[in-house]
Design a protein around this ligand. Structure first.
Ligand SMILES: Cc1cc2nc3c(=O)[nH]c(=O)nc-3n(C[C@H](O)[C@H](O)[C@H](O)COP(=O)(O)OP(=O)(O)OC[C@H]3O[C@@H](n4cnc5c(N)ncnc54)[C@H](O)[C@@H]3O)c2cc1C
Length: 557
């Protein structure tokens, strides 16, 4: 637990990183590549020893375990029919990379070019592609676009090895609808249908902690303090000099750790915003409301919050065993035996098996949606308990939501959950995309190729046809897919919504950076793990004073 919290004086390291998640794990590992450098990582959650973290199928169990996840909820809103949407994110060593769905998806070149167009130098696609490659150890990928992949990195990325006849029929059906088969959506073009690439290798989750942080601890120059909840960043004037933290269990024992060079916040989109605010950095009115003296006013802290809102079309299946049956009783025992002997098994799967990157309307060029398919279905359509009947489901969400919300501390107490309001489906564009997406998901489930396996649609069901009804269904049955971004948005000082500059330094302060998913200025057309790792790789070079690699030379389409 907390090795240095027994009323010792403050310890001093070169760097203090708050949060051992996807980003924090990468940054810590890269910083100690420089000789002699010392790093202290503060992590609110426990060590990542629970077996459900490491067995990919444990995803469903660990996600609802409050010991390993922050069980946050959004504010109830008419936009979600008055519902508060559960947003459980990782709270253990590895952060959400220890609890996520392990899908590896980078997004479209336009996503990062849009970041650069907002005045963020060095963040265009040609600039960031070398960092994606740098972290990747691509295994398999015989049909990959070779220029886009790395083979020497720390993060193993493998192909799906569990081919189910229902998934094959789904893919064939999508191709029949005109969606191209795309074996490498992380290559030149994302558009198309195929199996996901995953951060799973030899049947185990490969979290950022496992692949970056833990090996780097062998240097003896990283100290990870678990159960240490950062309560405020310490300043001398405008210079960050350390972090004050509390024992996450007893909530009273205080610790302090000081940084000779920099403090780096990698707490994730929800907690980074909250920590900045309770440290006195944020919108002045909010800080006054919660009784925190304003150290530095920054209107964008906690604002510009975006997330992917997903809705599932669910069908009862026939003519094959789906994951719903395979995950129970003697069939589960069979799957465990397969996993133990290294054969493809449901225990070693991401929850989403097949991707479809396609459009909500034929007039759109490229893809504005992600649809995901599995021969599995969940009760009420929410990822959680599997249905008792054979099922399959197709979830869908819009790539680049326009709706924005906020994360606002409710109190200066670091143990009070912040107010989280994503304003899902507020923008008319998002509503249109969702309605088009649900129609697409339905078409994908009703192809002739899938017909032998389709019994009947159970959600939303045949009565729900009009735009209004589909939108109403989405408001009632949608939920997060945990791609939380934007609350410490990167942008130039002239951008009133920006929190960090393009070196991820907090505007107006010294020796304080934010390195995590919160800095994304807009949503990539993807799940956010790969881009968070990329951000952390790039930030590490910046912190170490290393020149960035040469921009990628990409041949025109
Ligand atoms: C259930 C789930 C499924 C997902 N599935 C996928 C997927 O399949 N593919 C994909 O690409 N992305 C997925 N994501 C998203 C992806 O995991 C995140 O985008 C990524 O992990 C964000 O990294 P981060 O470093 O910003 O934050 P995190 O990885 O969440 O790390 C933040 C860390 O900081 C710690 N922390 C927070 N506050 C404090 C504090 N005050 N003091 C000390 N420590 C603190 C947390 O406990 C945590 O360990 C998923 C996320 C979740 C939660």
């Amino acid at each position: 637990m907390l090795r240095s919290m027994q009323n010792r004086g403050a310890d001093t390291f070169d760097y203090v990183i708050v949060g051992s998640g996807a980003a924090g794990s990468v940054v810590a590992a890269r910083l100690v590549e420089d000789p002699g450098v010392t790093v202290c990582v503060l992590e609110a959650g426990p060590p990542d020893r629970h077996p459900y973290i490491h067995v990919p199928g444990g995803f469903i169990k660990i996600m609802f375990n409050p010991a390993y996840t922050w069980q946050f909820k959004t504010e109830p809103s008419p936009l979600t029919n008055g519902r508060a949407v559960a947003v459980p994110v990782g709270r253990t060593v590895g952060g959400s990379s220890s609890t996520n769905g392990m899908v590896y998806n980078r997004g479209q070149s336009e996503d990062f070019n849009a970041w650069a167009q907002r005045g963020n130098r060095g963040w265009g696609y040609a600039d960031v592609l070398p960092y994606f490659r740098h972290s990747e150890r691509r295994i398999g990928g015989e049909n990959d676009d070779a220029d886009y992949h790395g083979h020497e990195g720390k993060l193993p990325i493998t192909d799906m090895d569990w081919r189910h006849p229902i998934s094959e029929a789904f893919i064939a059906g999508a191709v029949g609808l005109g969606v191209p088969r795309n074996p490498d959506y992380n290559g030149r073009s994302q558009v198309g249908v195929g199996y996901f690439q995953r951060a799973i290798h030899r049947g185990l989750r490969r979290s950022a902690a496992r692949m970056f942080l833990h090996p780097a601890r062998k240097t003896g120059r990283i100290e990870v303090r678990t159960g240490a909840r950062a309560a405020s960043v310490l300043f001398e004037g405008k210079r960050a000099v350390g972090v004050r933290y509390l024992n996450d269990r007893d909530r009273t024992t205080v610790g302090e750790v000081r940084a000779r060079r920099e403090v780096i916040l990698s707490c994730g989109t929800l907690n980074t915003a909250r920590l900045l605010q309770i440290s006195g950095i944020g919108p002045a009115a909010l800080l006054q409301e919660i009784g925190v003296p304003v150290l530095h006013e920054l209107a964008g802290v906690g604002e510009n919050f975006r997330d992917h809102y997903s809705v599932r079309v669910v069908a009862r299946a026939k003519g094959g065993q789906t994951m719903n049956e395979l995950s129970r009783g003697p069939r589960l025992a069979g799957q465990i035996a397969r996993w133990v002997t290294g054969r493809p098994s449901i225990l070693a799967l991401s929850p989403s098996h097949v991707h479809v990157f396609w459009k909500s309307d034929p007039s759109i060029s490229g893809a504005d949606l992600q649809a995901v398919f599995s021969p599995a279905s969940y009760k009420e359509g929410f990822v959680g308990l599997l249905d008792d009947f054979p099922g399959m489901s197709c979830g869908v969400w819009q790539h680049r939501p326009e709706s924005t919300g906020y994360v606002r501390a409710r109190s200066r107490d670091p143990f009070t959950d912040p107010a989280i309001q994503p304003n899902y489906l507020q923008h008319r564009t998002d509503q249109r995309a969702m309605i088009g997406g649900l129609r697409l998901a339905r078409r994908l489930l009703h192809t002739p190729q899938l017909a032998p396996y389709l019994d009947r649609e159970t959600l939303p069901g045949p009565g729900v046809e009009s735009d209004d009804d589909l939108l109403g269904f989405a408001r009632q049955y949608g939920g997060t897919v945990w791609h939380l971004i934007g609350t410490a948005r990167m942008g130039p000082a002239t951008d009133p919504t920006a929190v960090v500059d393009d070196h991820l330094r907090v505007h107006g302060l010294e020796r304080l950076r934010v390195v995590d998913a919160s800095i994304m200025p807009s949503m990539p057309s993807a799940n956010t793990y790969a881009s968070t790792i990329m951000i952390a790789e790039k930030a590490s070079d910046m912190i170490r004073g290393r020149s960035p690699p040469e921009a990628a030379q990409l041949s025109p389409d």
